[in-house]
Design a protein around this ligand. Structure first.
Ligand code: PRP
Ligand code: URA
Length: 206
């Protein structure tokens, strides 16, 4: 199973603040971005570097830079809450968007938007705060693969075991990074203990 639980103390601290029902949208958004930045540090840990010749104020040297292109793909809407946090760490990344919403009754994902950059060899990070049934993430990754993207990583804040299992089953090549693996889903397919409806909390549409 390609699951990484990024259990850094700062992430655990900030995620607990987000889970609190009294955390307002402003703080929720800020914490989302901060955790996304911290998680990017782990997601990129094994990324290849290439040599680059530069001159310091004192002499020439061979430094390092990230090799290849990077694309960040938030799943709309709630994934937008993570986007800037990742971009802060990888500012040269391209950004694609996938629009999906869950049917409130069947919990099946429905596509309403797909806008992707052309860099097919880019390393892609799909970002979404919640991996619940896994339907949205699995559908988003299928869409990316249909467009020719190959090197895909999924970054979420809170995952349910069902979501991890589905993504692993449908996309065994995709590594999943999560800040927490929660207990279960309720009968409306919300994660328990979770943090509620992430999109509504990011955008204040509760
Ligand atoms: C939420 C969340 C994920 C999805 C997770 O989005 O941001 O995309 O649900 O659930 P799943 O794993 O069962 O598919 P939602 O459909 O509520 O849309 P929103 O981001 O526009 O609020
Ligand atoms: N989507 C959310 O925003 N929260 C959940 O707990 C499950 C799906």
């Amino acid at each position: 199973m390609k699951l990484h639980i990024v259990d850094h103390p700062l992430i655990a601290h900030k995620l607990t603040m987000m889970r609190d029902k009294n955390c307002n949208s402003k703080n929720f958004r800020e914490l989302c971005g901060e955790i996304a930045s911290l998680m990017t540090y782990e997601v990129t840990r094994d990324w290849p570097l290439e040599p680059v010749e530069i001159e310091t104020p004192l002499e020439k040297m061979t430094g390092s830079r990230l090799a290849g292109e990077v694309t960040i793909i938030p799943i709309l809407r709630a994934g937008l809450g993570l986007l800037n946090g990742v971009l802060r760490m990888v500012p040269h990344a391209h950004v694609g968007h996938i629009g999906l919403y869950r049917d409130p009754v069947t919990h099946e994902p429905h596509e309403y938007y797909c806008g992707l950059p052309k860099q097919m060899d880019a390393k892609c990070i799909v970002v979404d705060p919640m991996l619940a049934t896994g339907g949205s993430a699995a559908a988003a990754i299928t869409m990316l693969k249909k467009h020719g993207l190959k090197n895909i990583t999924l970054m979420v804040l809170v995952a349910a075991p069902q979501g991890v299992e589905l993504v692993n089953k449908e996309h065994p090549d995709v590594e999943i990074y999560t800040a927490a693996l929660d207990r279960e889903l309720n009968d409306k397919a919300y994660i328990l203990p979770g943090l509620g409806d992430a999109g509504d909390r990011v955008f204040g549409t509760l």
